[in-house]
Design a protein around this ligand. Sequence first.
Ligand code: ZN
Length: 240
Amino acid sequence: MVFLVIAAAAFFATLLGGLFALVLRGRLHLILGFSAGAVVGVAFFDLLPEAIELGCGSFGQRFLPLFPGFGFLVYLLLDRIALSHGAAGNFAKGKNSRRGMLGAVSLVTHSIFDGIAIGLAFQVSAAIGVVVTAAVLTHDFSDGINTTNIVLKNGGSAKEAFRWLLADALAPVLGIGMTLFVHLPKAWFGLVIALFAGFFLYLGASELVPDSYNAYPKRLTTAGTILGAGLVLATTLAVR
Ligand SMILES: [Zn+2]
């Protein structure tokens, strides 16, 4: 019953964020700047500390911090493959649907792990479950914004963006459901989250941060980026 309520909340928080971005897509520059900061913020302020907390005990302080680096390089490779399959002319215009799809798939997969994190946390204890749920729910809104943005930014239509948004909103529900059947060791989960920190760093620092500023070199874009990262930091500190 508790899981049903949480799953519904995660679904609607993500959907709301994405719809917000769709409705305001005439002002994509503002949301793109915010999104860039939020993705980098999730990597540094949410995923990295969580990975260290879950994985360092079993894998050690020398081994676990390698994984964000692996994640970064894996994402770079996938991104370059996606780019090399897109038409050169379209790339110049910033339009590459494969690149948009790669970003969307990565965000949806991350959201499945958000759901798994909630389920796992409740397996440890109800108190930890509540903390992790709060952390996930508060950044689900920006997950929705980011998913919509990454599709729109790479030339996807509003319809495509909405389809990916729906997938991203359903992902935490799927993740929570999976933990009712699968029991992943906590330490391994730390490694996966560290990998995702690398994915998010690549997506944020190499794609969203420079692209948002190249498209709209305004102070407002920078302010949006700082605000996005700051909000993630504030919510992380508030719920931890
Ligand atoms: Zn998330």
